[in-house]
Design a binder for this molecule. Structure first.
Ligand code: YSA
Length: 322
């Protein structure tokens, strides 16, 4: 073993004794000096003594080094808990959207998504809202400036609701249909405690034979109870949307008042017919729900504008929630 290989005090002492101890190798050399011819004794004696003091210095230095690393090891408390790296958490609207999706999945719905940038045709015309129709005023629109539109091509916009996906889905699928479409929508409107210009909706579409308004009511009431518990108070009121007949809104009791959560209705027979289906055979219902409104109910948030203000003091309250 070399001196550098002596990893602890015991090994270091073994090395020291082997070289410098009473029976050590260097000690033997020193003892042998007296047996040498007289003219060689001074040279060999002086050399061996120099070597002895160099080895003693090396042993002392090595010992100091061993002590220093032992002290260092003592200063690390390996039993202390580690430092937790800061973790992000899910936004309350994402948490709510995922919860809603799970609830509808459990009720047998498929989940699909559609484009945020939509054609005017799908957002309005094919939902029976032609240009100039007063119902267009219900959805103040953010238009996408684009050459095609300006040159007479199809006009594009940021979808004002998720309902255009009803048309897109009907283009591809045959009944029975039971689907929800979550997604972001955009409206050119002033904000207040219950209105944002950017909002998340979940569209629902169900088409089959023999469906009536009773199925719509039963499905939405079952959903609301799953989501908020059996004691939640709900009300349906008549509402108008050009793509349904009849139309309704569903409100839930919230902080002593009613909060509108969704618009809904029986899919208009013309929309069923435009999809190439026989409206005497197929009927259906649809709904469009505001996810931020549901999140307000779920977490007791009184002002919708908190959600997108990005104030970490607000967002931190949802850490660790599911
Ligand atoms: C109606 C009938 C159907 O068969 C299918 C869908 C619909 C809903 C329709 N497309 C629609 O958008 N209706 S709505 O303008 O009343 O919005 C639906 C829901 O989105 C509202 O009930 C509300 O919960 C939410 N919402 C609307 N505008 C909002 C908003 N949430 C936050 N900020 C806004 N500005």
């Amino acid at each position: 073993m070399s001196l550098a290989e002596a990893g602890d005090e015991t090994a270091l002492d073994e090395w020291r004794v082997a070289w410098l101890g009473r029976r050590g190798r260097l000690t033997a050399v020193l003892r042998g000096v007296r047996d040498l011819p007289a003219e060689e004794r001074p040279r060999v004696g002086a050399g061996a003594n120099r070597l002895k003091s160099a080895l003693e210095d090396a042993v002392a230095a090595h010992r100091a080094q061993l002590h220093a690393s032992a002290e260092h090891a003592k200063s690390i408390d390996v039993s202390l808990p580690g430092r937790t790296p800061p973790l992000g958490s899910l936004h309350p609207v994402t948490l709510t959207r995922r919860h809603l999706e799970r609830t509808f999945r459990d009720m047998g719905f498929d989940v699909v998504e559609g484009p945020d940038v939509e054609l005017e045709e799908y957002n309005f015309d094919r939902l029976r809202i032609p240009a100039g129709h007063p119902a267009r005023d219900m959805w103040d629109t953010i238009w996408v400036a684009d050459d095609a539109g300006d040159n007479g091509g199809p006009r594009q916009l940021l979808r004002t609701h998720t309902s255009p996906m009803q048309i897109r889905y009907l283009e591809r699928r045959q009944p029975p249909i039971r689907v929800i479409v979550p997604g972001t929508c955009y409206r050119y409107e002033a904000t207040d405690a219950t209105h944002e210009w950017m909002l998340t909706q979940i569209e629902g579409l169900v088409i089959d034979e023999n469906l009536s308004f009773a199925h719509l009511k039963g499905t939405l009431e079952a959903f609301v109870r799953r989501m908020f518990g059996a004691d939640i108070e709900t009300r349906f009121r008549c509402d108008y949307f050009p793509f349904v007949e009849p139309g309704a809104e569903l409100g839930v009791r919230w902080q002593g008042d009613w909060l509108e959560v969704l618009g809904c209705g029986m899919v208009h027979p013309e929309i069923i017919e435009d999809a190439g289906l026989d409206p005497d055979r197929y009927t259906g219902f649809a709904f469009g729900m505001g996810v931020e409104r549901v999140a307000m109910l779920r977490y007791g948030v009184r002002d919708i504008r908190h959600f997108y203000r990005n104030d970490v003091r607000f967002l931190r309250q949802f850490e660790g929630r599911r």
